[in-house]
Ligand binder design. Structure first.
Ligand code: SF4
Length: 301
């Protein structure tokens, strides 16, 4: 069976225990303004244009019949609304890159299995992320079934914005959920992700009831979701779930995805966003620890 994958990243150290391969699935129902993987939002092929690789050789201009490109020396600009795929074949410097290709489940599994020795040595495994991996549940199932036969540890990073049936399809093969929680406040959730969080919270509650292994992940954005208003609600919710999580990960916001927006010809929505406040993240960490949670801060300062 085929599915759409944006990228397969080997030797990941931040997506679950040990050394891992992270498989990024294409397609997501949320539109978080701070998303660092904008190329994986749509379940369709995308062309990314890495203009800094351009040498100005002008080979591409010979087939630019609809003025998609403007070249001034080595300075290339492009119109993202035009057909850019045709330039892949003529550009010798890999300025144009296609992502989100359809791939066979078997091929994805075989790529992951290449690093099984690293997984064994480090107690690592394979993490499926995205995008939202649970939007392609049957394809995901075929990949994880194959990996499970080889005894590979499987983690699913999800924002949970899917019907619970999708969890049921893959759950027998899953060792760990990395569950991303953006907001408890429904109004803020809608405002910053484009979707309601009702199904997200209800799926999380169901996984908790089923006593699944869950790491709760929360990106902290200065002035957006690190406020007292939001955290009073989170602390209140968390105090009813004090033994539900293996640990909580607080992730500092970063703007590493900005270059990808440029390569897609899109505006970066968080241009003016400040870094996560280190004092605030430590304050939240301290409070969570006092509630009995194991807390880890990622992308620290
Ligand atoms: S073919 Fe590639 S390197 Fe040459 S001018 Fe066009 S984009 Fe730049």
């Amino acid at each position: 069976m085929k599915g759409r994958v944006t990228n397969i990243q080997r030797y990941s150290l931040h997506d679950g225990p040990g050394i891992r391969t992270t498989v990024f699935f294409a397609g997501c129902g949320l539109r978080c303004l701070w998303c660092s993987n904008p190329e994986s939002l749509r379940n369709e092929e995308r062309i990314m244009v890495f203009t800094s690789r351009c040498t100005g050789c002008a080979a591409c201009l010979s087939i630019d019949t609809d003025q998609a490109l403007t070249l001034n020396g080595k300075s290339l600009t492009f119109d993202p609304q035009k057909d850019l795929a045709k330039f892949i074949a003529v550009c010798p410097y890999k300025v144009f890159v296609e992502v989100n290709e359809e791939v066979e489940a078997e091929d994805v599994a075989n790529t992951c299995l290449r690093d099984r020795l690293f997984y064994e040595e480090s107690r690592g495994g394979v993490t499926f992320s995205g995008g939202e991996p649970l939007l392609q549940p049957e394809f995901l199932k075929e990949v994880v079934q194959r990996l499970k036969k080889e005894g590979i540890h499987i983690a699913i990073e999800t924002a949970g914005n899917v019907g619970f049936e999708s969890f049921e399809v893959i759950d027998p093969y899953v060792d760990l959920y990395l569950y991303d929680l953006k907001f408890i406040d429904p109004v803020q959730h809608l405002r910053y992700t484009g979707q309601n969080n009702e199904i997200i919270l209800s799926n999380l509650e169901r996984l908790i009831q089923l006593k699944k292994n869950i790491v709760l992940r929360m990106v902290l954005l200065n002035g957006i979701n690190d406020t007292d208003q939001e955290w009073d609600k989170r602390f209140d919710w968390l105090k009813h779930h004090s033994s539900s999580f293996q640990r909580i990960e607080l992730l500092a916001y970063h703007n590493f995805g900005e270059g990808k927006y440029v390569a897609l010809g899109e505006e970066y929505p968080m241009k003016d966003q400040k870094k996560t406040d280190e004092i605030r993240i430590q304050e939240i960490k301290g409070k969570l620890e006092s509630m009995g949670f194991e807390v880890h801060v990622e992308n620290a300062f």
